[in-house]
Every structure is written in structure tokens, then in C-alpha cells.
Design a protein around this ligand. Structure first.
Ligand code: GLC
Ligand code: CA
Length: 550
């Protein structure tokens, strides 16, 4: 079916797309209430077009109490009135499509919010009712059911079960405001098929699927669990909570819905699973693409980067998909800061070092942030040279650092508030963007900003960087324009150069070289673009250059 507001094009547009993630509440605020909104995004469509991206992915903009930044959804088929209306959503899609930019929306199928009509109905309904069966309700243990049904923690800290007024408990893998759906219930299944059609009919081109690996659970014996690290998760489909083979039955049905449209709708899975279990999520009869977060967990080290790239190219070839690459998103410390955090990338489970460092050092970070930015630009330019699609996060094109010193009483992230000092706050990468060097919220909007913006924003605002050919923003724009011209195929051939250099050829005319060391290294060839200036044939330490040939 071809629908109104449709961007025509071939069915494979997503394979090497550059997708820009918008965190709607922090992008641009049109009405001055301090919260980003759809009209704000509409007013910045020219900016997105000038950046040269292929698509935007919008994090949740649905009605929500914001217990988890909007990943607690009250209604999957509406827009939060603080953010806009469905009509404004249609206008936004239309404007983006006019500029050749596709649109992904975020689907959060593992849990709703506790304000969702179904959960409210479940609370009001008796034990054992059909309304309760849409979620995961159980009796407690102990003489009077006063103990939780199992010893389950949530991702953001204590208790994965919460007790209701009549004594039963419900399961939530995240905050208590995010009750998990029962995906064995056919109504739940149907509801998400309807949701996918609802947005597809409005012209949405793709979906980012939140916690895609958790939907199906095996709860005949309720699991005890305190860690959600990959190392404790089973990698053979036998884990009771995650990555069960049955989840792919769900995605096969979703695929059938995607294929009702022309071009078919697409999706990318957020699936924190063992790498050998990723291909089915990315398969052609599944969601089609899956995030690999391996670059998020890598330190600035040449062999780590090389392995991550080689392994992922191999794995995407196995699924028939293309690879995805991510250096920043709304859940991690921005890469311009992260890439100089001591010890980063040396832990098996990725994020514990970052969490610990954050707790101890955020007010007195002592980081070489200039070096961080140089590494970030080098890593980004490397990423843009890779086959597959790159997912970039709002503000990274400005080289933003994480805002580490947000006072605890102004933080919003439940991971921080529930985390008992074990987890970082994700607010530092969600601070509203600086568009202008002055003004009450650096041009974010005519009012304030819902998270405190730092003074250094003045120097990195969009309008300042637009005037500066050597800015991070100019680098992103030029690199993306060049990538469009140079990208011919998905082939990548490694080129062996000096130790500390990571080099590969993408086409006879395109070679990317990254210098992971701190010393300049001689290179030969015509420089097309570089993240730091190449002088007298020397590629500076911590930088990347694209060359025409040797
Ligand atoms: C995903 C989102 C994260 C959210 C969680 C629960 O990991 O990226 O922001 O907190 O799911 O929905
Ligand atoms: Ca607003």
C-alpha cells in the first residue's frame, strides 16, 4: 500500500543510512516552557537537512509522566500534549520527507507506564482477571504474601517487583512505573501490531525497538536476579528473561506488517545480547537491523576497534543485514568525554568502570577534554567510513562533552535516583542543545531549559560553529557530504600500515586511516578530509584522515 505522506524510494535505503537521534525534550523548544517540542524540531528541519543525514530517529514523544525520560509510555498512539499534537507530528514528517529525510520512531514494547489505561484497568480488576493477564502479576511469598514473588532486582537498582493495594505484585525490569507486559497475551501482541500500523499509516519509515530482547519470558519458575550484565545472561536461548527464541515469532509478525507497505517499513533492534545471538534480530524475516554497541564499550585502542569492526562485519554478513555503528546515544556518557575516562573499555561488562568513575570524579573530572574531543572526531570520521549505517546522537555534531556536574537535586534520571550510588545519571547527555551563544537557554527556546546548561555551551553553540570552517559541526557536514559521494559498495579491505594505525580501503578512491597513538605518523596520498590538520604529510596523533589514494 502506498500511503499519504510517503517518501518513495528503494527498499534498501536503510542499509547505509546515517540516522540522527533526536531526544525530543532536549532538541528545541518552540513555546518557551523549557521542554523541547515538535514545533521546535519543525523549526530546525533546515539544520537537519544541512547536516546531510538520511533519517532521524525520535526517542519517545508519547504521553508520559517521565518516570524514565519518556520510555514509560501512557499511550502508544498519541503525542504528549507538552510536546505537541498528532497534526504537528504529521507536519514534521512531511517537512522531513520534503527534505529527503526519513523518520524512525521509538517503540517500547517490553513495558508500558503505570498510567497506561490497561495498567490502571489491571489495578482496578481482581486477581486472576483478564485485565491483570496483560501484565505480569503474581502472589508474593511469605505467610501473607508480604515477600516479593522472587528475588529479582530491576535494571536501575533494587526490587523488580512492586506490591499493589490488594497484595499482589507486578514485575518491572525497569522502574516501578514501567510494568512489564505479558507477551503471551494475544491482546498485547495485537496492540503492538496496531501501533506499528498506526505510525506506518502516518508515513513513518522505521522503528527503533526498545529492549527488543526482553519481550518473551519463561516464568514457570520465577527468576532471582541481581545483575543484568551480559556475562550472567545465558547465550543459548535458555535465559528466562532475555533473548528467548520465541521472541522471533513476534518479530516475524512485525515483519509481515512492515511488508504491507511500499517501501517496506524497517526496524532496528536494541538487543543487548551475546554477539553470536544478534543475527536473528537483524534478519530479513525479523526486524532487519540490530544495534551493535561494541564501539560504545571500546576504549581508544587500535586492536579493540579493529576487532569490533571485523566481528560486526562478519555478523551482519551472516544475517544478510548491514552493520550498525554507534558512538553515542541517550544512555551513555558522550564519546567526547568517554574516550578519555581512565580504564574505559577494559571491563568485560563494559559500563561498570564508567559508572564508578562517574560516582567518584564527576565534580572534579581532571580529564583532558581537548584530547577527548580530538579522539571523538577521529572516531566519528572512522565510523562514517565504515560500511553500514551510523547512528549519531543529537549534539555530538557539536562535539559536546557530557555535562558531568549536574546537581543531584536537579537530576531526572531514575537510574541515578534508584541506583543506590552504583550507576551514573544519563542526564549529562540529555541537556538541551545550545543553538546560540547567548540567551536564557542558549537558543534552545525563549524560556529556560529543563536541565541546567553549562556556561561552556556559549562557545559550542550551533550559530558559532556554523561560522567556523574548522568546527566540529563543519567536520560532520563535510564528512557526510563526502561520504555520500564516496560510498560505492559495502566492501572493506584492511590495509596494513605502521602499528597504531588502523587503515582500510573502501573503494579505489577512498582510504580511511586513524592514528590511535599520540605521535604524528607519516602518511602518503591526497587528503580528502581529516579530523585534525595533516601538515607535511604527518597525520597527527588521535586523528583520522580520508585519502584519495596512496
Ligand atoms: C532502553 C532505553 C533506555 C530506557 C530503557 C527502558 O535501554 O534506551 O533509555 O531507560 O530502555 O525503557
Ligand atoms: Ca516546549
Amino acid at each position: 500500500m502506498t500511503r499519504k505522506n510517503q517518501l518513495p524510494g528503494d527498499a534498501h535505503w536503510w542499509r547505509n543510512a546515517v540516522v540522527y537521534q533526536i531526544y525530543p525534550r532536549s532538541f528545541a523548544d518552540a513555546n518557551g516552557d523549557g521542554i523541547g517540542d515538535l514545533n521546535g524540531i519543525i523549526s530546525r528541519v533546515d539544520y537537519l537537512a544541512a547536516l546531510g543525514i538520511d533519517a532521524v530517529w525520535m526517542s519517545p514523544f508519547y504521553p508520559s509522566a517521565l518516570a524514565d525520560g519518556g520510555y514509560d509510555v501512557d499511550d502508544y498512539m498519541d503525542v504528549d500534549p507538552r510536546i505537541g499534537t498528532l497534526e504537528q507530528f504529521d507536519t514534521l514528517v512531511e517537512k522531513l520527507h520534503e527534505n529527503g529525510i526519513r523518520v524512525f520512531v521509538d517503540v517500547v514494547p517490553n513495558h508500558s507506564s503505570d498510567r497506561h489505561a490497561w495498567f490502571q484497568e489491571a489495578l482496578a480488576a481482581p486477581k486472576g482477571s483478564a485485565a491483570r493477564d496483560r501484565y505480569i502479576f503474581r502472589d508474593g511469598r511469605g505467610e501473607n504474601g508480604e515477600l516479593p514473588p522472587s528475588d529479582l532486582a530491576s535494571h536501575f537498582g533494587p526490587e523488580g517487583w512492586t506490591r499493589t493495594a490488594d497484595g499482589q505484585w507486578y514485575m518491572h525490569l525497569f522502574t516501578k512505573e514501567q510494568p512489564d507486559f505479558n507477551w503471551d497475551n494475544p491482546e498485547v501482541n495485537q496492540y503492538f501490531l496496531d501501533t506499528l500500523r498506526f505510525w506506518s499509516d502516518r508515513g513513518v519509515d522505521g522503528f527503533r525497538i526498545d529492549v527488543a530482547h526482553a519481550l518473551k519470558k519463561k516464568l514457570d519458575r520465577l527468576p532471582d536476579r541481581h545483575s543484568f550484565a551480559l556475562s550472567v545472561m545465558k547465550d543459548d536461548g535458555s535465559d528466562p528473561l532475555f533473548d528467548r527464541d520465541e521472541v522471533h515469532d513476534v518479530y516475524r509478525q512485525w515483519r509481515a506488517v512492515f511488508n504491507e507497505y511500499d517501501p517496506p517499513r524497517v526496524a532496528v533492534a536494541e538487543a543487548w545480547v551475546h554477539p553470536n545471538r544478534r543475527p536473528p534480530y537483524a534478519s530479513e524475516d525479523g526486524l532487519g537491523q540490530a544495534f551493535n554497541f561494541d564501539l560504545l564499550a571500546s576504549g581508544w585502542e587500535v586492536t579493540q576497534f579493529k576487532h569490533v569492526i571485523a566481528d560486526n562485519l562478519h555478523s551482519s554478513a551472516e544475517s544478510g543485514s548491514s552493520s550498525t555503528w554507534v558512538l553515542s546515544n541517550h544512555d551513555v556518557i558522550r564519546h567526547a568525554t568517554r574516550l578519555v575516562i581512565p580504564g574505559y573499555g577494559t571491563s568485560e561488562d563494559g559500563f561498570d568502570i564508567e559508572n564508578q568513575w562517574y560516582q567518584n570524579h564527576r565534580f572534579d573530572h581532571g580529564l583532558d577534554l581537548d584530547l577527548g574531543l580530538r579522539r571523538a572526531k577521529a572516531a566519528t570520521l572512522l565510523m562514517f567510513a565504515l560500511p553500514g549505517s551510523s547512528y549519531i546522537y543529537q549534539g555530538e555534531e557539536l562535539g559536546l562533552h557530557d555535562v558531568l556536574d549536574i546537581p543531584a537535586d536537579q537530576m531526572q534520571d531514575p537510574q541515578w535516583h534508584r541506583g543506590e550510588g552504583k550507576f551514573k545519571s544519563r542526564d549529562g547527555c540529555r541537556v538541551p542543545l545550545p543553538w546560540e551563544p547567548t540567551g536564557s537557554s542558549f537558543g534552545f527556546g525563549p524560556g529556560g531549559a529543563h536541565l541546567p546548561q553549562p556556561d561552556w555551551y556559549a562557545g559550542v553553540a550551533v550559530s558559532v560553529q556554523e561560522e567556523d570552517a574548522s568546527s566540529t559541526l563543519s567536520l560532520y557536514r563535510s564528512a557526510l557530504a563526502l561520504r555520500r559521494k564516496l560510498y560505492e559498495s559495502d566492501e572493506l579491505e584492511w590495509v596494513d600500515l605502521a602499528p597504531g594505525l588502523l587503515a582500510f580501503r573502501r573503494s579505489p578512491k577512498w582510504i580511511s586511516i586513524t592514528n590511535f597513538t599520540d605521535e604524528p605518523i607519516a602518511i602518503t596520498g591526497e587528503v580528502l578530509i581529516s579530523s585534525d590538520e595533516v601538515v607535511d604529510g604527518m597525520l597527527p596523533g588521535n586523528s583520522t584522515a580520508w585519502l584519495r589514494s596512496f
